[in-house]
Design a protein around this ligand. Sequence first.
Ligand code: BGC
Length: 610
Amino acid sequence: MVSALLPFEGPADLSRIEAPVTLKAYLICAFAACGGLFFGYDTGWINGVLGMPYFITLYTGYQYDYDKKQPIGVDPTNFGLPSSTKSLMTSILSCGTFFGALIAGDIADFIGRRLTIIIGCLIFCVGAILQIASTNQTVLFVFGRLIAGLGVGFISTVIILYMSEIAPRKVRGALVSAYQFCITVGILLANCVVYATQDRNDTGSYRIPIGVQFLWAVILGTGLFILPESPRYHVMKGQLHSAAKSLAYVRGQPIESEYIKDELAEIVANHEYEMQVVPQTSYIGSWVACFHGSLRKGNSNIRRIILGCGLQMWQQLTGINFIFYFGTTFFQQLGTISNPFFISLITTLVNVLSTPISFVAIEYLGRRFLLIYGALGMVIMQYIVAIVGTTAGRVEADDPAAVRAMIAFICLNIFFFATTWGPTGWVVIGECFPLPIRSRGVGISTACNWFWNCIIAVVAPYMVGTSKGSANLGPKIFFIWGSLCIFSMLFAYFLVPEMKGLTLEQIDKMMEEVSPRKSKKWMPKTTFVAELARRDQEKSRQQWRDVNAATNVGGVESGMGGCGYNQEGNEMGNMDPYGAQHGAGVQGGYGGNSPSMGRDPYESPNTVRY
Ligand code: BGC
């Protein structure tokens, strides 16, 4: 079966452009999703550490009585780091991640996705060491956080890219959602570790939460050393044999499988097609290309950048991080709550437990449905919180039942976020960019997430703060978040196409042919291979030869690099799927004796030519 490689026989067989899903594919993606732990954990631990007595003493000199659990010689309300220090220590991470995300998109195209993630882990470790080494040097601590942020930026960008590129189309949404799940688990773990060490009277109080992160770095870095590079990266670099090996590995199929040939041919043809639309220029030119095209065309690069950045911006403007970053303080201000920390822990738990629902929902209901109705759900929940908070739930009303109702609706709001905008924001940015600008597009979109994350971290305390110069909005802030969710909903309705069940290459075609609102009904009619072939018969003939050569045992390139993978490559090198043509290199599978591969489709007497 070589249909996708038989462009002259009419539309290629659409059902064969991807191999069946294997357990291996699930496991590889599930492992890569661990990158989300960094994201969640690193955003989660800082709030707790900034409130720890030992850390406060270290940076302010105020003393604390650990037996009586109260500060010595200073009013408890004044026992804390200055707001400016807190703000700097919190937001510097987002600053690092912002730049890390932008740089990583670039690097991932030069050295590959896998290596960029490994480098991200190393950078992150350097940052963590600097933070652990600092005792009361604000500059060193802040610098360490900046460096760690760079590493997190690398990882948070490239993991999405890597997962989207290796995941099978039918479960891509679910697998990338696993990344979001790891983010939520990271936040929860950070809360638990900080809770466990907060009362320590030694440097372990803050060094342990920071040190735990090495574990994620070691697990992810080591694992990726063994996993293969993204086949789409190899295609971009023109390394077809490596791409074939890599694809065979992630699909759990033999390299000579027809599925691998068909899928690879489609990736190659799509890349060719895209390169014709956006030709390669200089380094600056390739950045400019990301913003190229007409705003009216759904598949122009600029429209995709708007889609990616807009999604990440509106995801942040749902206000979810207000709850995770400032929930404890907000619950304290509501009065009547005896243990605000416990309530925060519950909100984090709701986040973790709700996210897996998205694994199924994203594939059954689709991206658009989740984004539109998820935003609607958040509008309703946040308005209810705001209305109750400004009436029966007011502090002066002193009504514990009303406050409990507010907390319940905040949890429902988290449920809506966790099952919809949380994962879908990441899934869509992994899917919406064409290969030539994919890594930069994902990088720019991720940077956008961190940018707005930072803005909210800086602005929100002033919105609800009670001190002079603050707006003291209290629960009214939920009117603002709820209203912003209306914009999130409109954005999804008008600008986000449905991508469920399509390959990354078909998504490209769909964005070209229909508007987001009609995208749900779009069905692929042809393949890029067939399309290109019609345009350029000769080019496709060469493609067929190249792909055959690449999937042939001898191959045109040497090994892949990376431990476990090389081993597999060698094993494959000893097999001869095509009969007589042992290691025959470029011509191996093409004119040989194998019944399936030895046939030259272009010479076949049965070929129906256009
Ligand atoms: C967001 C984070 C947020 C987290 C909460 C992610 O998708 O990008 O900013 O803290 O979800 O689960």
